[in-house]
Design a protein around this ligand. Structure first.
Ligand code: C5P
Length: 241
């Protein structure tokens, strides 16, 4: 039975080894998965993965959001797959062939999540990028298009916002994993926010998210442990309903 903390992914969005390890020590009892993204991985390199493993039983999500030509992504992913992490990410934007080339060359069983539409984007950004009106007017439709492509290519799931997660689960099945960033508890204050398609933790879980990514509401809180516990309380309430 999945516990509240198993739903919670904490991104180690910090630039130094010391800070990353400090957050791991602080939050390891309250977090199901630590996410290592570009900032930390580029700053300190792959050794951080073992350092986290030695200090905590949490899973590891290597969120490098690969996006390049298929041959490059395939080989980069093959290198990443030797790290034995739980999840990694590939952008949908180069199409099904790229996703398939990764899925078909995955010796380690790392689960591949496809990034649909970043939660920092909203309709006006899609218009600027030249998307058709039907997607500008209904961003969920674009997320579903990409999620369907990811499923057909054999990905384990997608990253999407809480605003689309219900439809993703309804259309692509409950076993197709949905990871939801852009989580903002009502009590959180993160300053000037780049996240646009946001939702509260309980709403994301109620709508079917398998995991929620909660970064700044915990990291910038005066007491990160208390903030994490508060998020866990909201998850608990949502799963018990
Ligand atoms: O909660 P906060 O906004 O701080 O979370 C930021 C994290 O969410 C970053 O690690 C970023 O990579 C991740 N994210 C993501 N997919 C998106 C948007 C953000 O994984 N679509």
């Amino acid at each position: 039975m999945k516990k509240a903390k198993d739903y919670l992914i904490f991104p180690l969005d910090v630039p130094t080894y010391e800070e990353a390890i400090r957050y791991v020590a602080l939050l390891k009892e309250h977090v199901g998965i630590f996410k290592i993204g570009l900032e930390l991985f580029v700053s300190v390199g792959p050794k951080i993965l073992n350092e986290i493993r030695e200090r905590s039983e949490a899973g590891i999500f290597l969120d490098l959001k690969f996006h390049d030509i298929p041959a490059t992504v395939k080989n980069a992913f093959l290198a990443a797959s030797t790290y034995g992490v739980t999840f990694t990410t590939v952008h949908c934007d180069e199409g099904k062939d790229l996703l398939r080339s990764v899925v078909d060359n995955n010796p380690s069983g790392t689960k591949i999540l496809a990034v649909t539409v970043l939660t920092s984007l909203e309709s006006k950004n899609l218009k600027e990028l030249g998307y058709q009106d039907r997607y500008v007017n209904d961003l969920t439709e674009l997320v579903i298009l990409k999620a369907r492509m990811a499923k057909e290519a054999g990905c384990s799931g997608v990253v999407c916002s809480g605003l689309e997660v219900k439809k993703v689960k309804a259309e692509l099945g409950k076993d197709f994993i949905a990871v939801t960033p852009g989580i903002r508890p009502e009590w959180s204050i993160v300053g000037k926010d780049d996240q646009k398609r946001i939702i509260t933790p309980d709403q994301a879980i109620k709508r079917g998210a398998d995991y929620i990514v909660v970064g700044r509401p915990i990291r910038t809180a005066e007491k990160p442990i208390d903030a994490a516990k508060r998020v866990l309380g909201e998850i608990e309430m949502a799963i018990s309903e």
